[in-house]
Design a protein around this ligand. Structure first.
Ligand SMILES: [Cu+2]
Length: 174
């Protein structure tokens, strides 16, 4: 569209001046400007594309059920996406309002559902892990203060070889 407009502009200038040489010069000048202008977004895309700005690890949907009165140990569910091309190993999880946070996984042992501590959770490249009831969860110990439904708090995740990530966990009604 722009090229068409440029040509008709140049053509009208040519008609007025009746100088072909001037038309050719003007046309190449306008086309050069347009060509440069068209390339600009491509250069911008190189620096602002999603691939370069998207975090390599994304933590989302942090959720904890409100605890019964007197209890200060809870379970947190979330989703972790590793969109990088290397394995991410979770080395440490902590929060200002908890004494300790562990990664747990439910397993069946002799027909019994048991919880196992997973000290170094590995996330394969290009995978998403859903923490959910009956599978992986975070066990949060010694909550103080114990958050109520509607509250939220931050949990920090440290991964080997990746920047630390903070997840905001929302407390829901039981
Ligand atoms: Cu547990």
């Amino acid at each position: 569209m722009l090229f068409k407009q440029a040509f008709s502009f140049c053509y009208s200038v040519c008609v007025v001046t009746s100088k072909l040489k001037r038309f050719v010069l003007l046309a190449s000048y306008v086309l050069l400007i347009l060509a440069c202008k068209d390339k600009t977004p491509v250069v911008d895309d190189l620096f602002s594309s999603n691939e370069n700005t998207r975090p390599l690890l994304s933590l989302r949907s942090g959720l904890m059920k409100e605890l019964p009165p007197g209890q200060n140990i809870g379970a947190i569910y979330l989703q972790i996406e590793n969109s990088s091309d290397k394995t991410a190993v979770l080395t440490y999880v902590h929060s200002d309002i908890a004494e300790k946070i562990e990664v747990h996984r439910h397993i069946y042992n002799d027909g019994m559902m048991q919880m196992r501590n997973v000290p170094h959770l590995s996330l394969d490249p290009k995978t998403t892990l859903n923490f959910k009831p009956g599978e992986h969860h975070l066990m949060i110990f010694g909550l103080s203060p114990v958050p109520k439904a509607g509250d939220n708090f931050d949990v920090v995740f440290e991964f080997a070889g990746f920047p630390a990530q903070t997840l905001n966990v929302v407390v829901e009604k039981p």
